[in-house]
Design a protein around this ligand. Structure first.
Ligand SMILES: Nc1ncnc2c1ncn2[C@@H]1O[C@H](COP(=O)(O)OP(=O)(O)OP(=O)(O)O)[C@@H](O)[C@H]1O
Length: 327
């Protein structure tokens, strides 16, 4: 979706000495008292990239993002955003970054427009209110008190405020939580548009489909570690594709050369490393015998499959890791 006449390009103010790497995390550890929430995380995000940080509840995503935002110091390890230290250089970094927290702090009695105007007065080189409200499709709600917005509209207002200062780097912590599927897709369009205009985005989300459609690269965290990383395609291809169908007489099932089979009642699942070859073999077998495979489906693995595999508490360390991106 292209929005008319919007100049969304991020600020280009040079902070000097940076290359293509916008976010750099090396061996990050973060303790809360004696509990270690982040246990040696390393990642790099390049200019204009959208990187999604995924993980089970309590895995350490928010803690990692808060360290990057300068809201918490690292216990140890090196963290740089635009070549700067997020805590020490917070004043220099702040105008270059946009932050959408899980729970924004609005004053409920102000209208949407008053809220944006208040934030504009605190922002260097801001977009106009009209621009950002158009971007997130809240123009028709501009005179409504913030407390009367729906949950999804509130999230869109937070997104508008996060991009108000034309940030080079945008941190989005669960940006579409509480949105209906249509709002979520509209928000994806906005994020894609920002990314197209060169904004670097670090996103956390529990919606695996969101990461699959938006992210250039993902990292999946569990218990303070990154256990899988790479492009969504790279991460997903570590797991086999699935062929499923229902068949009452499962005894006569064929062996497929690249697949393992499991049967639960009348539900048959093949996990296949070569979907096309195995599916062809299966369909030939069924056609030759006149067998009806009901509710037949064949699909590659998804990020959700990988996530569930990781959450199931196998030991996935190293299984998914891409050595170039997770050191
Ligand atoms: N202020 C704090 N004091 C003590 N422990 C904390 C604090 N903040 C977070 N933790 C703990 O650190 C761990 C990581 O929390 P964090 O919020 O970073 O995880 P998360 O991956 O963002 O989780 P979620 O998906 O549930 O939002 C959790 O075990 C959490 O209970």
């Amino acid at each position: 979706m292209t929005r008319r006449g919007l100049a969304l390009s991020p600020g280009t103010g040079s902070l000097g000495g940076m290359d293509d790497i916008v976010i750099e995390v090396d061996g990050l550890r973060r303790h809360y008292g004696r509990f270690e929430a982040v246990r040696g995380v390393s990642l790099q995000v390049h200019r204009g990239e959208l990187f999604a940080l995924l993980g089970t509840n309590g895995a350490g995503k928010t803690t990692t993002v808060e360290v990057l935002e300068g809201l918490r110091p690292a216990t140890s390890g090196r963290v740089r955003v635009l070549g700067l230290d997020p805590v020490r250089d917070r004043a220099a970094l702040r105008p270059q970054t946009g932050v959408m927290l899980q729970h924004g702090g609005f004053t409920g009695s102000l209208t949407v427009r008053e809220t944006v105007e208040t934030w504009r007065s605190l922002t260097v080189r801001p977009h106009t209110s009209q621009q950002v409200l158009e971007l997130v499709e809240l123009t028709h709600r501009r005179d409504v008190a913030v407390e009367q917005l729906s949950g999804g509209e509130g999230r869109r207002l937070e997104l508008a405020l996060a991009v108000l200062g034309r940030p080079q780097v945008l941190f989005l912590d669960e940006p579409t939580t509480g949105m209906d599927p249509a709002s979520r897709r509209r928000t994806w369009d906005v994020v894609r548009e920002l990314r197209r205009d060169g904004t670097t985005v670090l996103l956390t989300t529990h919606y695996l489909e969101e990461a699959e459609v938006l992210a250039d690269r993902v990292a999946i965290m569990r218990r303070g570690h990154i256990v899988a990383t790479g492009t969504p395609h790279d991460v997903v291809r570590t797991l086999p594709a699935r062929i499923t169908f229902r068949l009452s007489e499962a005894d006569a099932l064929p062996r497929l050369p690249h697949a393992t089979r499991s049967v639960e009642g009348d539900r048959v699942t093949y996990e296949s490393r070569q979907l096309q070859a195995d599916l062809t073999r299966l369909l030939d077998w069924a056609n030759t015998r006149g067998v009806q495979l009901s509710a037949l489906s064949a699909r590659p693995a998804t990020l959700e499959d990988v996530f569930l595999d990781i959450a199931a508490d196998h030991d996935p360390t190293n299984r998914y890791a891409d050595p170039e991106t997770a050191r």
